[in-house]
Design a protein around this ligand. Structure first.
Ligand code: GDP
Length: 409
């Protein structure tokens, strides 16, 4: 599986728009918030090779995005992303367009959707990792999550091809799917209406939910969205060829029998697609990606982060739970360390007391010995004194006897 993810420099590539696109017409307060930072929109385009993906995106943004042409059918499904900086009346749009290449070209198409699903999941995973970083900085983080998937169906056919059904089933739980019937100029209006109805029935039978334009507000946009919801999937036409019609340069497809104007609502649903995707609901698509699809992904991946599989937890609950567990563990370790320290001090204390006692006993013993020696010495002294006294007395007697003897002589 090869993913080519190319961001054209830090700020992307600046592209001039060939006319008014309308992404500056988000509700005023959103434009004001976004004006300073600009805003990012990530579009994924899926459909078999040659169905008109690149032409449609060029027509939507009224510019010609660069892309490599494939000469031969691709051997595997690959994804190529490019980032562009667009500006419209002071509002910057950082647009990332990811094209799937080779989808539906293989002999065995069963696994064709896997690289696309993996790509979408990997973008969610990047955001999840960022969200759980201790020093996260989501403000300067460039969000690469896919906000909308333009899924192109071939205009002919009695029903949706099984590869498209499989792909839509997988993708619709991950991204906002905007389903379009491409090259609608190649079939008649009545055939298109029948085809649209069959597509809706098949989606319903397979429980596949497409992105639905929000109708919960009571303003004009909600009314418009209600009308547009009833016309899905849009049957569109794209072109890179321009012609001068009534003094204006417009994108057309020229046929021997006449001209199909891309921007003409009488010719195709293309203007409705642009209206709902770029002018009216871009912010809702970004919001639903975050609060709906990403939330779903995050809950499914909770166990991977060791946060348990509690699907009702919010990020902050899970974060707080993890923090509380961490704090409790920290306290347990600190308490164990304190206990060990106290025990050691006690041991030392007892040892010191024992040593002190021993020293005392030895001192007292020595004192006793000294006293005994002293007593012995005193007795000896007394004995010697008595003996000396006796000797002195004996000597005195002896002297007396000697004097007596002299007198008698
Ligand atoms: P991709 O491979 O899906 O990106 O298809 P391209 O955008 O490169 O278009 C393949 C061919 O289909 C080109 O010759 C286009 O001019 C043509 N094409 C694109 N859009 C339409 C359309 O709405 N109607 C018709 N008839 N041809 C179209």
């Amino acid at each position: 599986m090869a993913h080519k993810y190319r961001s054209l420099g830090e700020s992307g590539r600046h592209l001039r728009l060939g006319g008014y696109v309308g992404f500056d017409s988000l509700p005023n307060q959103l434009v004001n918030i976004r004006k300073s930072q600009g805003f990012g929109f990530n579009l994924l385009v899926v459909g078999e090779s040659g169905i008109g993906k690149h032409t449609l995106v060029d027509s939507l943004f009224k510019t010609n995005f660069e892309h490599d042409q494939l000469d031969q059918p691709a051997k595997a499904v690959t994804l190529t992303s490019n980032t562009y900086e667009l500006n419209e009346t002071g509002v910057d749009l950082r647009l990332s367009v990811t094209h799937s290449r080779g989808f539906g070209d293989q002999v065995n198409n069963a696994d064709g959707i896997k690289p696309i699903v993996d790509f979408v999941d990997a973008r969610f995973d990047e955001f999840l990792q960022q969200e759980f970083k201790p020093s996260r900085d989501l403000k300067s983080w460039i969000d690469t999550r896919i906000h909308a998937c333009l899924y192109l169906l071939t205009p002919t056919g009695h029903s949706i091809k099984s590869i498209d059904l499989l792909a839509l089933k997988e993708l619709s739980t991950r991204v906002n799917i905007i389903l379009v019937i491409a090259k609608s100029d190649t079939v008649s209006r009545s055939e298109l209406d029948e085809y649209k109805q069959r597509i809706l029935n098949e989606l319903d039978d397979n429980n596949i939910k497409l992105y639905s334009f929000p109708t919960d507000d009571s303003d004009d946009v909600a009314k418009l969205n209600e009308k547009l919801n009833a016309e899905v999937p849009f049957a569109v036409v794209g072109s890179r060829t321009e012609a001068n019609l009534g003094g204006q340069r417009v994108r057309v497809r020229q046929y021997p029998w006449g001209i199909v104007e891309v921007e003409n609502e009488a010719h195709s649903d293309f203007p409705k697609l642009r209206e709902m995707l770029i002018r009216t609901n871009m912010d809702d698509l970004i919001g639903k990606t975050h609060h709906g699809h990403y939330e779903h992904f995050r809950q499914q991946n909770f166990s991977k982060l060791g946060l348990g599989g509690n699907a009702d937890s919010t990020v902050s609950e899970a974060y707080n739970k993890k923090l509380a567990e961490h704090e409790a563990e920290k306290q347990r370790i600190e308490e164990a360390m304190r206990q060990t320290f106290v025990a050691r001090v006690k041991d030392k204390d007892t040892e010191l007391q024992r040593a002190g006692l021993e020293l005392n006993q030895r001192f007292e013993k020595q004192m006793r010995q000294v006293k005994e020696q002293l007593k012995e010495f005193e007795e000896q002294d007394k004995r010697i004194s008595t003996e000396l006294e006796a000797i002195r007395a004996a000597m005195a007697d002896l002297n007396k006897d000697k004097k007596k003897d002299k007198k008698t002589k």
